[in-house]
Design a protein around this ligand. Structure first.
Ligand code: AMP
Length: 374
């Protein structure tokens, strides 16, 4: 069986029976060597370790004294776990060589506590044997003396280990199949001056998304006086669009320079139909897609007022009356048709973009929360 389902969760084969058995045989050899001539007390920790204990005993095959104990760890609001003894060790541990037999060590909280207690009670020494060890999950100062297999920090079941008491009776060990949460990729759309940049920053912060502004990338290139910057400046200063091939290339580079973002906000891109098609392809090639296109709706007199004000405050070379009008014309002719394109794809969300920045952001936030869960 390669896959199993327990209640609402799917698991895939992780450690087959023969690997488990080989690991146990090895652990048994090591233990046998160490306990030669001693009179150890083996303590099986229930419930999860019952299979491991039984198979280990097959290999030890000797006169060893075996007992069982059971603990449960509480994890309330506090960061330190509270350990409850459900079934304590019955015999005296004073002067004994104890070997604890555990199925898995992850945070290590329970065993850390138990080992401390046994030492206080006068055990000659306390060793810990575990079938599985998750060093990445370890929160306590604890080093198992015998380890069957070291594994990454995934949720596993089988061979004694359970999910809500299910799955203990498999001979193999299975690991949970987690589906990664889909990326939240958004286009923030609207004419020049509609507030795309401002809203992008707020969205990026709220949803932990990466932000790509093609306008910002181009301005950076101009500032650094690169070939690309010099080529782009002629278009930008006339209020025209930079050629598609150039801007698509910039965008592909920007996407690939990011390390596993939870999503990307595209600000100022796409501005033409070929750019929109290229964006769809770029995302599909990377196994993802657009979740939403937010269209900030603001009327023209308000746009002109905002852009002139920004020109005064930030000194952007393209925020002057003449260039503003050509940018609005270019927007209406080449960019606005994308509204229909995305409406047909079913991801268009109109946002009333006039008024208070905070109110506009709240509309966007509500829209994105529904996109995220659908
Ligand atoms: P923005 O900061 O988004 O308003 O962009 C400023 C200028 O950069 C635009 O007027 C264009 O000249 C150029 N630009 C930015 N993004 C693009 C794009 N996706 N396609 C073509 N040109 C762009």
């Amino acid at each position: 069986m390669d896959k199993i389902r327990l209640k609402d969760k799917d698991f895939e084969l992780f450690i087959p029976q023969k690997d488990i058995q080989a690991a146990i045989a090895r652990v048994a050899e090591e233990i046998k060597r160490d306990i030669e001539g001693k009179n150890p007390l083996l303590v099986g920790i229930l419930n999860g370790a019952f299979m491991f204990i039984a198979d280990l005993m097959h290999h030890l095959n000797g006169p060893y004294e075996l007992t069982f104990a059971r603990y449960s760890s509480y994890r309330g609001d506090h960061s330190t776990g509270r350990i409850q003894e459900i079934m304590p060790i019955r015999q005296s541990v004073e002067g004994r060589h104890i070997i604890l037999l555990e199925d898995i060590i992850d945070t290590g909280g329970t065993m850390h506590h138990v080992i401390d207690r046994l030492r206080q009670q006068g055990a000659a020494d306390v060793r810990l044997a575990t079938l599985l060890f998750k060093p990445d999950a370890l929160e306590h100062d604890l080093r198992p003396d015998y380890v069957g297999l070291t594994i990454p920090n995934d949720f596993i079941v089988g061979y004694g280990l359970d999910y809500d008491e299910l799955g203990r009776a498999y001979n193999d060990i299975y690991k949970i199949i987690t589906t990664p949460t889909p990326m939240l990729n958004i286009i923030i759309f609207g004419p020049p001056g509609s507030g795309k940049g401002t809203q992008s920053k707020w969205i990026a912060r709220e949803f932990s998304l990466a932000h790509i502004s093609t306008g910002d990338v181009l301005r950076q290139q101009i500032q650094n006086n690169t070939d690309l910057g010099r080529a782009a400046a002629q278009y930008i200063d006339r209020g025209q669009l930079v050629p598609d091939a150039l801007i698509i290339d910039i965008l592909a580079h920007a996407i690939d320079s990011m390390e596993h973002p939870r999503g990307i906000i595209f600000d100022g891109f796409p501005r033409t139909l070929p750019q929109a098609e290229a964006l769809g392809d770029l995302l599909a090639q990377r196994g993802t897609r657009l979740a939403a296109m937010l269209n900030l709706e603001v009327d023209t007199p308000e746009l002109v007022r905002r852009l002139l004000e920004r020109g005064r405050l930030e000194g952007r070379s393209d925020d002057n009356l003449e260039t503003i009008h050509s940018r609005l014309d270019v927007y209406n002719a080449q960019t606005a048709p994308l509204i229909d394109y995305y409406r047909r794809q079913g991801i268009l969300h109109p946002i009333a973009g006039a008024g208070n920045i905070e109110n506009i952001f709240q509309q966007i936030k509500q829209t994105l929360l529904t996109c995220q869960t659908s």
